[in-house]
Design a protein around this ligand. Structure first.
Ligand SMILES: [Zn+2]
Length: 219
């Protein structure tokens, strides 16, 4: 830590004025950013944070889009399968039920949690957090929900399921007549919207907004 302000000077500053690089732990003065600017670590070049324009509104639009896509992604057919004259239509939900009924209860529960329950809870948490910032109500609850959201992030594994579905489709295409369904399109769209949302909803701005002006200073 032998950068511009000496370490002694840094330690005397209030904590809100300091920022540490996530990548190389360099402690530095927090730069004031204008709309749309990005701060990078002077040592390793890691992006410290970005001040995105209208972060709450843009994130809100993406969360609503994701919630709207969630229903068809889970309940519309992923694919239609025609094998020796037998047709079957599969949705994500019917796959979970199928696993459960075939004696794979444990797998069914894991698939249900990681592909349906956690992604929905994550979206609802993000939605509630954004609402609490937008309407300036219950920010202490918003803070709690945002913490919960960060814990759940590792458990929603839509990308893994998409890979699984694609591999299965490629394999099945040789054996049977496979038609892709609306569910798969919605699933892919949901995944893309969620990635976009992760990029847009800059955590730095959300944490900062949540810790500002709390009516009943809830820690
Ligand atoms: Zn760094």
């Amino acid at each position: 830590m032998n950068n511009s302000p000496s370490s002694k000077e840094l330690l005397e500053l209030p904590l809100e004025k300091l920022i540490a690089c996530h990548e190389c732990d360099l402690l530095m003065l927090k730069p004031e950013l204008a709309d749309g600017e990005t701060a990078e670590c002077p040592r390793c070049g890691f992006e410290l944070y970005t001040n995105r324009h209208q972060v709450v509104r843009r994130s809100m639009a993406l969360v609503i889009a994701a919630l709207l896509l969630y229903v068809p992604a889970n309940f519309y057919p992923i694919m239609r399968l025609n094998l020796l004259g037998q047709a079957s239509v599969d949705t994500l939900w019917s796959a979970v039920v199928g696993l459960y009924n075939n004696g794979m209860e444990g797998v069914a529960v894991v698939v249900f949690l990681c592909s349906m329950a956690v992604p929905l809870l994550k979206l609802l948490c993000q939605f509630a957090v954004l609402l609490s910032i937008h309407f300036n109500i219950g920010r202490s609850y918003g803070l709690l929900l945002y913490r919960i959201y960060h814990h759940m992030r590792d458990w929603g594994m839509l990308e893994v399921y998409l890979m699984g579905i694609l591999v299965a489709l490629v394999k099945l295409a040789d054996m049977a007549d496979v038609t892709l369904g609306m569910g798969l399109m919605c699933f892919i769209a949901l995944l893309l919207v969620q990635i976009w949302l992760e990029v847009t909803m800059s955590p730095h701005q959300i944490w900062e907004a949540l810790s500002q002006e709390q009516p009943h200073a809830g820690n």
